[in-house]
Ligand binder design. Sequence first.
Ligand code: ATP
Length: 501
Amino acid sequence: MAKAKETENLMETLVTLCKRRGIIFQSSEIYSGINGFYDYGPLGVEMRRNIKNAWWQDFVHRRDDIVGLDSTIIHHPTTWKASGHIDNFTDPLVDCKVSKQRYRADQLFFAPIVIDGATAGYVSAIESEDTEQALQSAAEKFKRRKGIQGSLEAVTPRDMTEATAEEIALIPSPATGEPGSLTPPRSFNMMFQTHVGALRDESSVAYLRPETAQGIFINYKNIVDTGRVKLPFGIAQIGKAFRNEINPRNFIFRSREFEQMEIEYFISPEADWQKIHREWIDQSRRWFTGIGIDDALLSEYEHPREKLSHYSKGTIDIMFKFPFGVQELQGIAARGDYDLTQHQEVSGKSMEYFDEASRKRFIPHVIEPSMGVDRILLAILCAAYREEEVEGEKRVYLRLSPRIAPVKVAVLPLVKNKPELVEMARKLYGNLQRRHAVFYDESGAVGRRYRRQDEIGTPWCATVDFDSLESGTFTVRDRDTMEQSRMNETDFMAMIDGNLT
Ligand code: ATP
């Protein structure tokens, strides 16, 4: 079995593959692109749908305690006042006045260059997999450039949110390499604003939602009143979210328009929230493994108490080992009763739940598993990419779970100039097409056709050959092992179904 590609240029390889095979394109490319926005091509859109469908199937259809919702992207603007987003949904922003570059202060690191006990200057670097190393080499370079003698002591990085005014004046901008142009960090609200209606003044300001969660909270009462739900229960939503990220980067990992899959899981205030929180973390990890993300690439990060978001009682992120570092894939926050209490206070509408068993009224608490479809897609691609050598040639394949693969089966007639054979292949293709996303390909040598499918992660190729005309069976080639076996249509259909549940 080939190993996952462990090179620093895996991201480059994936970006190129995604473009070449119609998975992901830079948005508005013909106009030189727009930073932080991506479009999904014919194969990408299938993968996204598959991720969302798998999630919906597993967390909504297959559970008795979770119902779905599809709320609007633009809510009444007071929603965001109540939720705290207008005041708190900010990132610390640092500008470089010379280059006009903007940085997230918590991603811009600096360190004093201490030589023989004295500070000789400062270096800076944007957060990367090895920020410390980058700062260290910058310090060595600084020393050489200035011809300074003496031994360089350890570089201890801090981020710009911790810099004093004096230090800010001395820290070089990563864009120019010169100090004096960086501003102190200031709060930058990440919500995109728009106006609703013809008037463009303060009264018509509205926001594109930066998360789908608030749509759930403002509909909680509707669902309790109409949905026959009983605690504990969840409301799930999939939808677009928008954040004016200061520094969109790492392809679709951090973009300005993305899609989220979120659940608000409401529980009694007396329930053991820590236990339920843990259960959500465990089942989320199992879900990731089920859609093809190896558990060895996952880890957990518990937010330190002092750094928790304004609403959280406790947050654990499920992290994934991306080629650019270990980063958040999903956040699982215990939000207490913060949101419902806020909406109750600001709207004046009761958010209380009446518990029949205890005859008590209370505002439920909530556990929120929240993740981005695009980020999961990137993690899936990173986990799936394989290169190996086969008969002196490089074979590239995506080891995608059949549920996520954009094409489930490619049907290939061995040759295209034998009408009975083509007819049989077309018939098989037609039957498969009624149930699955499949592809028909008769051009080129069969080996090349296999490689084209490997590269987009098609789990099976069904090749109709001369034998098929006699036996009614065809060759089924497995993408990962490249092993071939003969099957008839009924068995093949059953095998596919068994792999897609
Ligand atoms: P970060 O600290 O990385 O900015 P966050 O902690 O603010 O992210 P959450 O608000 O917890 O992120 O968002 C929940 C999930 O939504 C994240 O785990 C991630 O999968 C996804 N997500 C958040 N921001 C983005 C983005 N800009 N692009 C793509 N996905 C995102």
